[in-house]
Design a protein around this ligand. Structure first.
Ligand SMILES: N[C@H](CCC[C@H](N)C(=O)O)C(=O)O
Length: 275
């Protein structure tokens, strides 16, 4: 089977073109191939599939084999893949995901995609829809105790669940220790992606992420969107900001008129291979 390794701000996935390949058990394949010692190595597996309702369809699997409902960095890489590999000549695409149809706008230079702007849709804050188990309609700036610590968290869904907490210094955090108790907290019946955000100024956020099913990744597109929304809700930044991640930078805008979040960033090929 042919595969392509790609990365968006360091969030690296193994991509399989399911117009040409058939993947019988994607969950098991994601676990096997994501292993950075015994497999190809990646944050998970992404299938590029035909769609009856959009130009293409994405299925995304975390490194633990769980299927995610949306992947911002992954959508940008799919945009680059399908344009550069001539599966389409369009620079405005629709992509079917488990969290609805997303629109991608490809910026092309010298015949290849450099950056992609993704309409990520409107954020969801209703607790029951994230989902978060709590006794309030939304979960904004409320306490969560996990392990030996209590955090002030704001929960947002971008089609997948996120819990955002604001910190003084992201660099000092030990995510492998503090991430799992939050990811698996009983208040998150479907687990959650956990973002640690250090506001730099009202247009710049630093962020690290402990991802549901993949652990710490160098970037998380949906997490950057959730972080921006949470920062606006908590009065920590304007509706458009640069999010600085370990793997690079993303431009996130929560548009006031439309209420929709836009994610803009790079996408890169790493290598092609066959297994
Ligand atoms: N890295 C992805 C998010 C993966 C989310 C996944 N960990 C889950 O929701 O289970 C992104 O760029 O949006």
């Amino acid at each position: 089977m042919n595969f392509t390794k790609m990365q968006g701000t360091g969030n690296d996935y193994i991509y399989v073109n399911c117009f040409e390949e058939t993947v019988e058990d994607p969950a098991a394949l994601a676990v096997k191939l994501s292993d950075r010692h015994f497999g190809i190595g990646g944050d998970g597996l992404i299938l590029i599939c035909p769609s009856d309702v959009a130009d293409f369809k994405m299925r995304m699997f975390n490194a633990d084999g769980s299927e995610g409902r949306m992947c911002g960095n992954g959508t940008r890489c799919i945009g680059k893949y399908v344009y550069d590999r001539r599966l389409t000549g369009k620079t405005e695409l629709t992509l079917e995901t488990l969290s609805g149809i997303k629109t991608l706008c490809l910026s092309v230079e010298d015949g290849t995609v450099k950056t992609v702007r993704v309409d990520m849709g409107a954020p969801v804050l209703r607790a029951a829809d994230i989902p978060v188990i709590c006794d309030t309609p939304e979960f904004v700036d409320q306490s969560v105790t996990a392990g030996d610590k209590t955090y002030r968290m704001t929960c947002v869904s971008m089609g997948n669940p996120h819990a955002v907490t604001f910190v003084e210094d992201v660099a000092s955090l030990e995510l492998p220790r503090i991430g799992p108790p939050l990811e698996n907290h009983p208040m998150f019946p479907q687990r959650a992606n956990i973002e640690f955000v250090q506001p730099v100024d009202n247009q710049t956020l630093k962020m690290r992420v402990w991802e549901r099913g993949s652990g710490e990744t160098l970037a998380c597109g949906t997490g950057a969107c959730a972080s921006l929304v949470a920062a606006v809700f908590n009065g920590k930044c304007r509706r458009r900001a640069r999010v600085i991640l370990l793997g690079g930078e993303l431009d996130i805008e929560w548009n006031e008129q439309s209420g929709r979040v836009y994610l803009t960033g790079p996408a890169e090929f790493v290598f092609d291979g066959e297994i």
